[in-house]
Design a protein around this ligand. Structure first.
Ligand SMILES: [Zn+2]
Ligand SMILES: [Zn+2]
Length: 415
């Protein structure tokens, strides 16, 4: 595990100029023609390792690439572990089961357009590949994968497919990236090639980054997954069929220099436990507070960081704002001057809801015992911007005495 990001060589769809993307890039401005586009795809992004020279009779073997943080409740603690692995997505035991470190050393291209050779869809679903990895780590004694954990979650994951090219030569498959490695021809290969997907319907889409409501340019950073329109104040998240609106609010800033840091505010729907009001949370988690009568009717919301950050900070920050929600929240005319980018999509944050609840209650044995029978899903969600002030190496939210170290932000973003 190196945590390195890959480079993807591509051409600007408008002017054809060469561009280099990182795998987390979802927004780019062309250096040549200045077009501003966002990048989306139906299903996982698919990339291809390029052979050094043009070869004929290529067959591309799909590998799942999975990167994310695994969290698990273990005893009275939350364990976590960073994963960054590739695994073959076909049941072909004669071929290498992983790509090793090669994708980090070599530039990738999108497996799109007129790339020649046979392609096949992955046969093994990602879920099977991940559970195989879990068993392997469990066997190695990694605590985040212990089989008796009542709650496990993967948060902030990137799952993509990398095609590795092999040249078909007689009865062997020869590695087209590393010469000299060859493998016996698998008996089912012909069938797989017959199912080749000639039109590559999975190709990524590059769409104009314009506000669907007012047509204004949307602003974002290269890894942003929510864009805010500076003209009408609406927020949008990319979806395969265009932008979807995101409900946006903010805690007003007293300081004009504030940096707004985004959080997902998610109202949960829970089964197996009473978790509707803030008072329910105070009682269940046994928070050191006296329940006020108005808390009985105040709906519970979990506050989860909407950005990638180290696992400890992810749970700690979310916990702080869930226990003490910042107030007031305004919904009109939200046009932050300085915004820290949203880099963790809502679906990713929501995957951690139950784990997050467990982190608030993990020392309460009576709750931990019930965790296997509890489900928590998102009901309503919105993006709330909280004003922090930049001081030295930290961002500080004075009202709650909360500090976020910049190093924890950059570590989370670059992993
Ligand atoms: Zn261009
Ligand atoms: Zn707009």
């Amino acid at each position: 595990m190196t945590g390195a990001n890959w480079r993807i060589d591509h051409q600007c769809p408008q002017c054809g100029g060469p561009i280099t993307l990182e795998e987390t890039d979802r927004f780019f401005t062309c250096d040549y023609c200045r077009v501003r586009l966002h990048i989306t795809s139906e299903g996982p992004f698919r990339y291809r390792l390029s052979p050094k020279q043009d070869l004929s009779e290529l067959f591309h073997v799909p590998y799942w690439r999975f990167k994310g943080t695994a969290f698990a409740v273990a005893g009275t603690k939350i364990q976590h572990c960073l994963l960054d692995h590739t695994r073959i997505a076909l049941s072909l035991r004669t071929l290498p089961f992983s790509l090793g470190v090669r994708p980090q050393a070599l530039p990738l291209r999108f497996a799109a357009g007129d790339v020649s050779g046979g392609f096949t869809n992955p046969v093994l679903p990602l879920a099977d590949v991940i559970s195989g990895m879990e068993k392997q780590f469990e066997g190695l004694g990694v605590e985040a994968f212990s089989s008796d954990s009542p709650v496990k979650a993967y948060v902030g994951e990137t799952a993509s497919i990398i095609y590795a090219p092999f040249q078909i030569k007689g009865q062997t498959l020869q590695d087209a990236i590393t010469p000299g490695r060859s493998y016996p021809m698998p008996p089912s290969l012909e069938e797989l090639i017959l199912s080749r997907n000639g039109d590559k319907s999975w190709s990524p889409q590059f769409l104009p980054a314009l506000c669907p409501y007012c047509g204004w340019d949307l602003n974002g950073e290269r890894d942003s997954c929510v864009f805010i329109c500076n003209n009408c104040g609406r927020a949008w998240t990319p979806a395969p069929d265009g932008f979807k609106p995101v409900r946006l609010g903010a805690v007003p800033a007293l300081n004009a220099d504030a940096t707004y840091i985004p959080f997902w505010r998610i109202k949960p729907v829970a089964h197996g436990i009473q978790l509707e009001s803030y008072a329910d949370l105070v009682r269940t988690a046994n928070l050191p507070r006296v329940v006020q009568p108005q808390w009985e009717s105040s709906p519970l919301a979990f506050w989860m960081p909407a950005f990638k950050i180290t696992p400890q900070f992810f749970l700690r920050l979310g916990g702080l704002f869930t226990i003490s929600p910042p107030e007031p929240i305004v919904y009109d005319d939200v046009k932050p001057r300085t915004l820290y980018p949203v880099t963790l999509p809502l679906v990713e944050a929501a995957k951690g809801l139950k784990l997050f609840f467990a982190s608030l209650t993990v020392t309460k044995r009576h709750v931990v015992e019930r965790l296997p029978h509890i489900t928590i899903a998102p009901a309503e969600s919105e993006l709330i911007l909280i004003p922090f002030v930049c001081r030295g190496n930290e961002f500080i939210y004075r009202e709650h005495h909360v500090a976020i170290q910049k190093a924890a932000l950059s570590h989370g973003r670059n992993f």
